[in-house]
Design a binder for this molecule. Structure first.
Ligand SMILES: Nc1ncnc2c1ncn2[C@@H]1O[C@H](COP(=O)(O)OP(=O)(O)OP(=O)(O)O)[C@@H](O)[C@H]1O
Ligand SMILES: [Mg+2]
Length: 340
């Protein structure tokens, strides 16, 4: 059979595998907004006598780490070593976050418990496997000045022990101007990379980071160019790359995959494979976690993006905020190699 590209593709495939096998030696510090996802599961059998509303009889409560803590989750699941840096409140849900991190063996030295702060929790009430309502509790204000100082100190002291930093911004206030500047400067000084999953408000604070991974909506707002087609995508990517002076701007495009912009290079478009999609929440966390591990393992930005695209493709095919492990990722890459 004549398969002219097989040699090239095989080589690329095994290169991916080599990178993935190195994940266990990679250490990443995740700095950002820590959240907790709480699920209250139960059944409804009657209407309340107090008001015309159903009564939920609770069967169980489950918890998942969210926000920056979900990035840690993703790195952990891929076999990498992650530490977390951020704040939680001095409350029951803050303790829950600490407990879950402890159970996973995640380094918590950089997680500050701030009195008077409310831990960000998103509670979903689920009746008969159907979400009925979501209740959010949060503090979206900046941490106390003394907390920022402590976190900056931790960052500076520990940066050398990591291959790179991820800044995971969920607009809950942790990533202050001071902390971001400090992180980018400390990482630069130590020769470590900084990857940022941005939101809109702080977008231009991240100038000088190594890689920034906005989604299409964030890239459209930040560039002022609504991304609607290939030409607007290229213009927006080019503008953001210039303004943020980063090594790469990776625009994640949902089912359309990703676009990687690097100075003096043609943009790379990474396509997704057609697959059944169950839940896209948390795909952004998978992207940044996988890319950081791949860079730490010595992969190029482009290889890292392709790997992250595979990883996110697996996660969106699972129910809930899911993660992926090394074997699943290797298998999907082998499969995609076979189908070329
Ligand atoms: N429907 C889909 N099919 C295949 N892959 C997908 C799909 N949606 C997302 N992905 C993968 O996940 C990546 C990130 O998704 P997206 O661009 O939606 O990020 P996001 O909006 O930051 O996500 P979130 O904030 O929900 O975590 C995409 O670049 C792609 O690789
Ligand atoms: Mg996102």
């Amino acid at each position: 059979m004549n398969r002219p590209y097989q040699g090239h593709v095989m080589e690329k495939g095994s290169m991916f595998e080599k990178i993935i096998r190195r994940f266990s030696g990679v250490r990443i510090l995740v700095v950002g907004d820590i959240m907790l996802d709480r699920f209250i599961w139960g059944n409804v059998t009657r209407i309340s006598p107090e008001a015309p509303v159903p009564v939920l009889v609770v069967e169980k409560e489950t918890f998942l780490l969210g926000g920056a803590a979900n990035v840690v989750n993703n790195i952990h699941s891929l076999g990498g070593q992650a530490s977390l840096c951020g704040v939680v409140g001095d409350d029951e849900m803050g303790r829950k976050v600490m407990q879950k991190l402890g159970e996973m063996g995640i380094e918590r030295q950089g997680v500050l418990i701030e009195p008077g702060r409310q831990t960000t929790v998103k509670t979903r009430i689920i009746a008969h496997h159907q979400q009925v309502i979501r209740i959010d509790r949060e503090t979206a204000r900046q941490p106390e000045t003394s907390s920022v100082r402590t976190l900056s100190g931790y960052l500076e002291k520990s940066i050398k022990g990591f291959h790179g930093i991820i800044l995971s911004d969920y607009e809950k206030g942790l990533l202050t101007k001071n902390l971001v500047r400090h992180a980018i400067r400390a990482a630069g000084g130590a020769g470590r990379f900084v990857m940022v999953d941005p939101k809109i408000k702080n977008f231009f604070l991240y100038r000088g980071a190594t890689v920034i991974t906005p989604n299409t909506g964030e890239a459209s707002s930040a560039s002022g160019i609504p991304i609607t087609d290939a030409s607007s995508l290229h213009r927006a990517g080019g503008i953001l790359l210039k303004r943020l002076k980063c090594d790469a701007m990776v625009i994640t495009r949902g089912e359309d995959g990703m676009a990687v912009f690097e100075p003096r290079k043609r943009p790379l478009l990474v396509q997704t494979k057609a697959r059944e999609v169950y839940d896209v929440t948390g795909a952004g966390d998978t992207v940044i976690g996988t890319m950081a591990l791949a860079l730490g393992a010595g992969g190029s930005i482009r290889k890292a993006a392709e790997l992250a695209n595979h990883a996110a493709g697996i996660v969106v095919g699972k129910v809930g905020t899911a993660t992926v492990d090394q074997e699943e990722l290797i298998n999907v890459i082998k499969e995609s190699r076979r189908s070329q």
